[in-house]
Design a protein around this ligand. Structure first.
Ligand SMILES: *Cc1c(COP(=O)(O)O)cnc(C)c1O
Length: 352
């Protein structure tokens, strides 16, 4: 605390990301990173990058990357916004689209960055309770409000909504923006991208961090009708003209171009997820039906905090949220099959 801080900063409770230990010997199943490297096409860009190019600022509009994403998703170029990680894209969307007189809505158990952006931009919100099985009750999000943010699949539960439910929500909220955060959609949920033409209030937010194994590159994007995208650009151009550096732009284009590799990684992770879910059930865990690259599970008798600590001392990191309603759950990122096997072996010891 310093007397030089603004009142706003003094009152913030910043987001705390999952641990990134310097000690690389941990099996990291705590931040939903990919266990697989990015596409070899990305490695080629990074290794071959001419450092001399870094003398110059990058293209402020990242046109090459925007064009690659527009072609990939079958939308127009003015329907794509790119940012330095989807966290930045979300932050711009909160400021640009959700700072309204009426409180916005998001689930009470959801991505914990949302309330942090609300505090930063002084946006009032109502956290809408998930039902007893931790599912999103879409009807509760259809009531009049200042806007909606919904991860699909939700985090940290991994549970996905179908497109019918999203369509109902979008139709009920015609007058305000609805942001669908699709950080995990590639692992098996239905994307709302196909609804963009039908709904001018829909903004879909995506990231390269999970399904494209590029958390370290910091690339995210949003898709929506041109007027929503222009709102984000107005925020971006009032904040940082060059959020995407030259290396990230070129590597992002290369990643989007390697569809075969992307699909292969995704399929491996989905297969490992299904296998791990079965093993956890065998060990007495109740596992939420996941469409993401993580599982959210609680044990019938053992306390989550103790399992977390036991795993940690055996060199395995998972995430435990010490927060009401979910403090008996663990969120476990899907690693390689070897990582999953190591996890199961340690759990068998802890639980016996
Ligand atoms: C990981 C995650 C993000 C942020 O991803 P970055 O692109 O790495 O900033 C956004 N939303 C949800 C729900 C996430 O889990």
């Amino acid at each position: 605390m310093s007397r030089y801080w603004s009142e706003l900063v003094a009152g913030l409770e910043p987001y705390v990301p999952g641990e990134q230990p310097q000690d690389t010997s941990f099996i990291k199943l705590n931040t939903n990173e990919s266990p697989y490297p990015p596409s070899p096409a990305v490695a080629e860009i990074v290794h071959g990058f001419a450092a001399d190019e870094l003398r110059r600022y990058p293209d402020p509009e990242s046109r090459e990357l925007v064009a690659a994403l527009a072609d990939y998703h079958g939308v127009d170029r003015d329907e794509v916004f790119v940012g330095n990680g989807s966290d930045e894209v979300l932050a711009h969307a909160f400021l640009g689209l959700l700072q309204k007189p009426a409180p916005i809505r998001f689930p009470d158990i959801s991505y914990s960055f949302y309330p942090v952006y609300c505090a930063l931009y002084r946006i009032a919100f109502e956290a809408i309770a998930l039902d007893s099985r931790l599912r999103v009750d879409v009807d509760a999000f259809c009531e009049p409000c200042g806007g909606v943010v919904l991860p699909n699949p939700n985090a940290p539960t991994g549970i996905a909504l179908g497109l019918d439910a999203l369509r109902r929500l979008l139709a009920a909220q015609r007058d305000v923006a609805v942001i669908v955060d699709e950080a995990y959609v590639d692992f098996g949920a239905d994307s709302a991208v196909g609804l963009i033409g039908e709904f001018d209030n829909l903004l879909v937010v995506r990231t390269f961090s999970k399904s494209r194994s590029l958390a370290g590159l910091r690339l995210g994007y949003a898709l929506g009708q041109a007027q929503l995208i222009e709102g984000l650009q107005r925020v971006k151009n009032s904040f940082n003209s060059y959020p995407i550096d030259r290396i990230a732009c070129a590597a992002g284009v290369a990643a989007i171009g390697d569809e075969a590799y992307f699909r292969a990684c995704r399929e491996r992770i989905v297969a490992s997820r299904e296998r791990l879910a079965g093993e956890l059930a065998r060990l007495g865990f109740e596992v939420c039906p996941s469409h993401a690259n993580f599982l959210f599970a609680r044990h019938a008798s053992a306390a989550a905090g103790e399992i977390y600590t036991g795993l940690r001392s055996a060199g395995i990191l998972v995430r435990h949220f010490d927060q009401p309603r979910i403090d008996d759950y663990l969120r476990i990122s899907i690693g390689s099959d070897a990582d999953c096997d190591a996890l199961i072996a340690v759990l068998e010891k802890i639980l016996s």
